[in-house]
Design a protein. Structure first.
Lengths: 92, 554
């Protein structure tokens, strides 16, 4: 490899701005995942979902009220705040 | 004289004495007291004080962030409490961990989290920034104020635990929480008193509202203990409302008046209304609050008594609550008119926090009137409106005190931290989520209360079914307040690290303090007012010359 000139690798650059349409990619990925899970139950109606079908019974009697869905949302928000604090504090 | 009048007379006397001492000092003991107080705030704490930084604004920043986090906890507790009103066993699975909350215990705990955790911390954080500005000096001890914020948070945590179970291993947890709370409160009051003792000019009305509001909390407690009225239901009710009308209302009023001027660039609309707010807050009984004195009794470790005032006490209480409409109307009008200036719309309405302050000022009067009816009813031998009192208290907290304190914190955030909030758009969304969620959720909850009361009065067998359906909707709508609190906090935390740096300190250069304005070139009156001048400001023309400059002769 020649020194200097065309052989030099460029530095990694991470943008500060978030493109407004990036969430579309995430949403599309989520919808695809859910679709494939539904497809699994259509293709193999007699088989339970792997892993998930074994974990869910553990929570029988725990998440037996709709309030837990809301509490999970709040927990998600709190974890987002904690994650933001940790990542921002350690990023510089 | 009855219990109530006795306590009030002593309270007013002690407040007048405090005001006299603040204006005239302690004579030959001044220097000794100041030196000892400075020592107690910093050096007496030993190496503990080195755990925190003492940079300008660090204290307010610590109080703001913790206050916002407490709002998340408080809104979650309210949401769960509202939900459990229609589904009492929703959280029964937690009993396996020894935690078996009820709707009442959750809402009671949420009052501590919101009043002392969220609102209290945000108001104190704002005061720690505002008071030095108004006094034209620096905060006496940034480090102590920062350190005390953690003690305060710990005290709120203990109070929340105590609200669920007041006695653990034979120890009254409330007293431990109150002890820590009192220690933190005394430190903050001493810090602020030392700050204003170094003031360079007379303290404006918002400054007096803040410091008198803070001082009135321990003074009113002392007054009810000395007179012994704390043992009676009327005394406990009185103490709860005195603290609500002073520490929460008067301090919030001072902060709101400062922020309304600072945010809009307009001078304070009326000094007389400001004075009426100050005198009225101390001389009357604020009707916004609970219809019993359970919080006051629990925090002081005395047995809770039902409110059964004597006829003389009832007349005094009703009369002073009616008079409280004067300071409440004065504050609401002053804040809203200052925010609007000469226009019909709020100036600088896109600025984060202004919409919240406007919401709090707008809701103040209608909720005060509603509270007056409910509290007057509570004085009767057989109250008929007591079923809606807890929800009305929640409305006072979430639609008046939380918006004002949070709005002030959001507005002062850039000046305190040196960075703006991460996203103004997210702040706007959070405002709508929080304000809309609290307003709609609690309005629907009140509808549920009214249905419940009406069906019980009509002696319907299963009166709970219809009210429960409506209550479920109320709880779900209030969930928006929790989401809004999370969005606000996330916006502020992200802003601490990635928010745009502020370029000028214009944001909180309040018009209240400026005494002289240097006029270097022709300009409009509007720009002078926006630059921090008021009608009493002296405009000083600065001499200019077109002559060529030359070297300075030494």
């Amino acid at each position: 490899m020649s020194e200097g000139g065309s052989g030099t690798l460029g530095e990694f650059i991470q943008g500060e701005e978030e493109p407004s349409s990036s969430w579309v990619v995430l949403a599309f990925g989520l919808v695809t995942s859910l679709s494939l899970l539904i497809l699994h139950s259509i293709l193999y109606p007699s088989r339970d979902l792997p892993v998930i079908s074994e974990i869910l019974p553990v929570f029988d009697g725990v998440f037996d009220s709709g309030i837990w869905f809301f509490i999970l949302g709040i927990m998600g928000g709190v974890f987002a705040i904690i994650a933001t604090m940790l990542t921002e504090a350690t990023s510089e | 004289m009855g219990d109530v009048l006795n306590s009030l007379m002593l309270f007013w006397g002690l407040m007048l004495l405090t005001y006299f001492l603040m204006q005239n000092g302690l004579s030959i003991f001044n220097d000794v007291t100041k030196a000892m107080s400075h020592f107690m705030l910093e050096k007496a704490l030993g190496p503990g004080i080195d755990l925190v930084e003492g940079r300008d604004g660090s204290a307010s920043k610590a109080w703001f962030i913790q206050g916002m986090l407490w709002l998340i906890a408080a809104s979650t507790l309210v949401f769960e409490g509202l939900w459990l009103k229609q589904d009492p066993t929703a959280l029964h699975s937690l009993s396996a961990w020894g935690y078996d909350p009820t709707a009442n215990s959750l809402i009671y705990a949420s009052n501590y989290a919101a009043l002392y955790g969220g609102i209290g911390m945000l108001l104190i954080g704002s005061s720690l920034h505002i008071m030095p500005r108004l006094a034209g000096t620096n905060l006496a001890s940034e480090r102590n104020a920062t350190l005390v914020s953690f003690l305060w948070t710990l005290s709120v945590l203990v109070l929340i635990v105590a609200a669920h179970d007041s006695e653990i291993l034979g120890v009254n947890i409330f007293l431990i929480g109150t002890g820590m709370h009192a220690l933190g409160f005394i430190a903050i009051v001493i810090n602020l008193l030392l700050t204003i003792s170094e003031r360079q000019s007379s303290l404006p009305i918002p400054g007096w509202l803040i410091i008198m509001g803070m001082l009135a909390d321990p003074i009113s407690t002392t007054a009810t203990i000395i007179t012994g009225s704390i043992q009676a239901g009327a005394g406990q009710w009185l103490l709860a409302h005195m603290i609500g009308g002073t520490f929460f209302f008067a301090t919030a009023a001072g902060v709101a008046l400062y922020v309304s001027s600072s945010a809009s660039g307009n001078p304070l609309w009326s000094r007389s209304l400001g004075a009426a707010t100050l005198v009225g807050a101390l001389a009357t009984i604020n009707p916004i609050g609970d219809s019993n004195g359970m919080m006051a009794a629990d925090m002081l470790g005395v047995a809770f008594e039902q409110l059964q005032p004597s006829s003389q006490d009832s007349i005094v209480m009703a009369f002073l609550m009616a008079l409280a409409m004067i300071p409440i109307m004065a504050l609401a009008a002053n804040v809203m008119m200052t925010l609007r200036g000469g226009d019909a719309f709020i100036e600088n309405s896109d600025s984060a926090g202004i919409a919240e302050v406007n919401l709090g000022a707008s809701m103040l009067f209608p909720l005060a009137v509603a509270s007056l009816f409910v509290q007057s009813d509570a004085l009767a031998a057989a109250p008929e409106l007591s079923g809606m009192a807890p929800t009305l208290l929640l409305m006072g907290i979430w639609l008046v005190l939380v918006p004002i304190s949070l709005g002030a914190a959001l507005h002062l955030f850039p000046t305190v931290t040196g960075r703006n909030l991460l996203s103004r758009n997210r702040a706007r969304w959070a405002y709508w989520m929080m304000g809309g969620g609290a307003f709609l959720g609690l309005t629907v909850s009140m509808m549920s209360d009214l249905i419940d009361m009406a069906l019980i009065e009509a002696a319907v067998d299963d009166s709970s079914a219809l009210a429960a359906d409506v209550q479920a909707v109320g709880a779900i709508l209030f969930y928006g307040a929790a989401v809004g609190a999370i969005m606000h906090t996330l916006n502020a935390v992200s802003g601490l690290f990635r928010g745009a740096r502020i370029v000028t300190d214009r944001a909180t250069s309040s018009s209240i303090t400026t005494e002289a304005y240097s006029l270097a070139s022709p300009t409009s009156v509007r720009k002078i007012l926006a630059g921090g001048a008021s009608l009493d400001t002296t405009v000083v023309p600065v001499g200019e010359s077109d002559d060529a400059g030359s070297a300075t002769e030494l």
